[in-house]
Design a protein around this ligand. Structure first.
Ligand SMILES: Cc1cc2nc3c(=O)[nH]c(=O)nc-3n(C[C@H](O)[C@H](O)[C@H](O)COP(=O)(O)OP(=O)(O)OC[C@H]3O[C@@H](n4cnc5c(N)ncnc54)[C@H](O)[C@@H]3O)c2cc1C
Length: 453
């Protein structure tokens, strides 16, 4: 198989032990080390088609690695296709469409769009890959204003299991288009995506920090305040346990703090007025809220950019109340000794609650908030301590657990039942049917390490 691949593919074809293999399969999450039978760095759509034909003929599974932000489970067999050589962003400013190569991260789209006064509806981190993020739905700092990022996908090009390059859009293969807007993976190798941009040059956004002793009043106010916000504003609240390390600014170093993030698309005056109740809730330790270029959207959450070990566990939440505040602070508040650097809640609703007119497969529209726990970045804790510790935090929050879930928040689908829970039952079955139609022999496996019955 490797010889066949080398004969047909222009990008590198690497077996374990080959020079460059480890770099080729390296993931943003360095705790996950992929050891496929072969890694193929596709450099063109023709490469993708050649890989799929050879895989189909030999019955070998194909999985895709873009940045490895979503790498929670190692790939230990088959072909791992890497997409980083499929670069390129072109902007059609008249139609407000960005055509985005499979290997592109949001930062590149943000920069290309900004020169036209446009912006992509992206996630919190501009370092995440556009395709893997969008096919999972994608909830970003503007989610209440503009909805899921997948709502802005206008078409995909992909190589399906028969080795054919297809377009999936509202006009062509609409079933695949529906599936790719939230169904995540298992449909083929996406080579590019057409993505509609919004007209947005500036934001009123950023974050404020509250010291440990002010977390209770600030968080309690935040929960009530979110219920009053218009769709123009999206916010999140996160309890951060920051390590005593040099790179953390002094007032935050080694502390447990609450960060409230905010993004509003109206004028700065409107944004300031909307945010005032949070500034009034308790003395603010650091205030970084300001008018900012929309191209600096990633500063709002300020997620780490360097590769490193990561572990997370998420779920979605229903409407919150003061009993929730008590339960959350009792489980993850500053008095608790828990091995999570972040316990984050994002406010949903608004445009995120409305499906696109033609329908899409994304899970979680009916939820009101997201919740994610990010583990201490110590791989020795990942299998041993963090799953039980997460369960201990989540158990008292069970009454507020949304029946809906979203695959980008599912922490690698390793918890039994979490894969099926990512979509409403009917959607889950329709996605499975579409996978079977386009990939009858299952060369694009997707789901938990052991497939559900
Ligand atoms: C720091 C950080 C911040 C995040 N912020 C957000 C956020 O704000 N909102 C949100 O919704 N999610 C967020 N996520 C989750 C993120 O969207 C998922 O982890 C997503 O899967 C990452 O996609 P990727 O392509 O970068 O990663 P990868 O791990 O490379 O890809 C993830 C999966 O996507 C599929 N895939 C990727 N490219 C292709 C392709 N070309 N063809 C077919 N399948 C493909 C594959 O199944 C692959 O396993 C965040 C994750 C991290 C680590």
């Amino acid at each position: 198989m490797i010889d066949q691949l080398r004969a047909k593919v222009s990008g590198p074809v690497l077996a374990p032990g080959d020079d460059g293999f480890a770099d080729e399969v390296a993931a943003q999450n360095t705790a996950t080390v992929h050891t496929p039978e072969v890694a193929v760095g596709i450099a063109s759509e023709q490469d993708a088609a050649a890989v799929v034909r050879i895989a189909a003929a030999t019955g070998v599974p194909v999985r895709v690695l873009a940045t490895g932000h979503g790498s929670a489970v190692p790939v230990a067999d088959g072909i791992l296709v890497t997409t980083r050589r499929l670069g390129g962003v072109t902007i059609d400013s008249e139609r407000r469409i960005a055509t985005i190569g499979a290997g592109v991260r949001w930062a590149e789209v943000i920069t290309a769009a900004a020169s036209h006064g446009l912006a992509p509806v992206c996630g919190a981190s501009d370092n995440v890959g556009c395709i893997g993020y969008t096919t999972g739905g994608g909830l970003g700092p503007l989610a209440r204003t503009f909805g899921f990022s997948s709502d802005w996908a206008r078409g995909f090009r992909l190589v399906t299991a028969d080795g054919v390059v297809r377009t999936a859009s509202a006009e062509e293969n609409p079933d695949l288009f529906w599936a790719l807007r939230g169904g995540k993976a298992g449909f083929g190798i996406v080579t590019s995506m057409d993505f509609e941009l919004v007209e947005l040059s500036t934001l009123y956004g950023g974050s404020v920090f509250f010291d440990a002793d002010q977390i209770a009043p600030a968080f309690s106010t935040w929960v009530e305040w979110t219920k009053t916000l218009p769709e123009a504003a999206t916010s999140s609240a996160v309890v951060l346990r920051l390590p005593p390390l040099e790179f953390i600014p002094e007032p935050l170093r080694g502390k447990t703090v609450l960060s409230i993030r905010f993004a509003s698309v109206g004028s700065s005056a409107e944004g300031e007025k909307l945010f005032q109740p949070i500034r009034d809730a308790a003395p603010v330790l650091i205030d970084l809220l300001q008018e900012m270029p929309a191209s600096r959207i990633a500063d709002i959450h300020n997620d780490p950019r360097d590769p490193g070990p990561s572990w997370d566990r998420g779920q979605l939440l229903t409407e919150l109340d003061q009993e929730f505040v008590e339960a959350f602070l009792g489980a993850a508040g500053p008095d608790q000794q828990i091995p999570f650097i972040a316990a984050e809640i994002r406010h949903l609703g608004g445009a995120a609650a409305r499906d696109v007119p033609e329908g899409s497969s994304v899970g979680g529209r009916g939820a009101s908030y997201t919740l994610i726990l990010i583990g201490a970045p110590d791989p020795s804790l990942f299998a041993t301590v963090l799953p039980g510790a997460a369960q201990a935090v989540l158990a008292p929050l069970e009454p507020w657990k949304s029946p809906e879930h979203n695959v980008n928040y599912a922490g690698g689908l390793t918890v039994p039942g979490s894969y099926e829970a990512c979509w409403p039952t009917e959607t889950f079955h329709r996605l499975a049917d579409i996978r079977t139609t386009y990939d009858p022999t299952g060369i694009f496996p997707f789901g938990p390490p052991t497939a559900p019955e």
